[in-house]
Design a protein around this ligand. Structure first.
Ligand code: 13P
Ligand code: SF4
Length: 305
């Protein structure tokens, strides 16, 4: 990595009082540059409490939008405008309104991987780390609409025993990890612990030893005596896992588990973002105000609460 480029980024970051946030799926060099690297819940909490003047969000658009809703007074930049999330685009606010009309008494929980417009139509947001805790906190006599990820939704149904009204959305990256990948990894590494993300398909999750968000994976390996782990999630996750447990071996369940949108952020684009203040995230006031309530509830409900 070009040292001059890194020094320039660090200098501009200090001068402009910027906090650089990066998701665990970001390229390794971006994670190493960041002030805080973590899962969607951890990043949202950081974005809501930072005293920096500006946030540069190295992740995908819905994450930067969440930061803007939680910190409306700050400039929030995303270094690549095209870094979106296909799952977030699988449901529109209009589609959610129609679903609500079909189930007028239901509460709406939306996965944070959604647009600000969809969040504005929702009662609660959640991440994969606190989805179970959010659903458990809701009154037993209410039906629950859960959007957009059907796979996270089924995981929540299993954990809580509550049937949910699901939307057929999915992560285009996690569904590329197959049952055969896990069976083969099990044959090759019989001593390994298999960790899978709840966004994986049900056959993959059924074969895993434990189902965890990316932040929970980090905590899990730090507390585990095991020396070898098979990791069924986006490939960027291998980097923070290795940093957390340098003595252990981490094997990606599939080399196909790559999110092309997460990989759109580069060191050069981070520099351009700091130099030219590009690309600012804007959320219209009426959407922001409605989305705030659901997001505030999400950052307040911690896993296990
Ligand atoms: P977490 O880091 O919250 O587990 O999220 C996974 C994900 O797909 C983010 O896009
Ligand atoms: Fe969206 Fe999946 Fe990429 Fe996460 S990994 S940003 S859910 S496409």
């Amino acid at each position: 990595m070009d040292q001059k480029l890194l020094d320039k980024i660090r200098g501009l970051k200090d001068k402009r009082r910027v906090v650089l946030l990066a998701h665990n799926y970001q390229p390794a060099e971006i994670q190493d540059l960041a002030d805080f690297c973590g899962d969607s819940l951890g990043l949202s909490i950081q974005a809501s409490k930072t005293d920096a003047e500006m946030i540069v969000f190295c992740g995908v658009r819905f994450m930067a939008e969440t930061a803007k809703v939680l910190s409306p007074g700050k400039t929030v930049l995303i270094p690549d405008r095209q870094a979106g999330c296909p799952m977030a685009d699988m449901i529109t606010a209009g589609q959610l309104r129609s679903l609500k009309q079909q189930h007028p008494d239901a509460l709406v929980v939306c996965y944070v991987n959604s647009t600000a417009e969809v969040k504005a139509e929702s009662d609660y947001c959640c991440t994969s780390a606190n989805a179970v805790a959010v659903v458990r906190s809701l009154p037993q006599d209410r039906r629950i609409i859960f959007v957009p990820d059907q796979h996270l939704g089924r995981f929540v149904e299993q954990q809580t025993g509550r049937p949910l009204i699901l939307w057929p959305g999915y992560c285009t990256t996690h569904v590329l990890i197959s049952q055969d990948d896990i069976l083969q990894a099990r044959r090759q590494y019989p001593d390994a612990i298999v960790m899978a993300h709840p966004e994986c398909s049900e056959p993959v999750k059924d074969l895993a030893d434990t189902l965890l968000s990316t932040g929970q994976m980090l905590k899990f390996v730090q507390n585990s005596p095991a020396k070898r782990f098979v990791v069924a999630t986006e490939i960027g996750m291998i980097h923070p896992l290795k940093k957390a447990r340098p003595d252990a071996e981490f094997i990606p369940a599939s080399r196909r588990g790559v999110c092309p949108n997460m990989k759109k952020i580069t060191v050069e684009k981070v520099l351009a973002s700091l130099e030219n203040l590009q690309y600012p995230i804007e959320v219209a006031d009426e959407i922001r105000l409605k989305a705030t309530r659901a997001l505030q509830r999400m950052v307040e409900i911690r896993p296990g609460n």
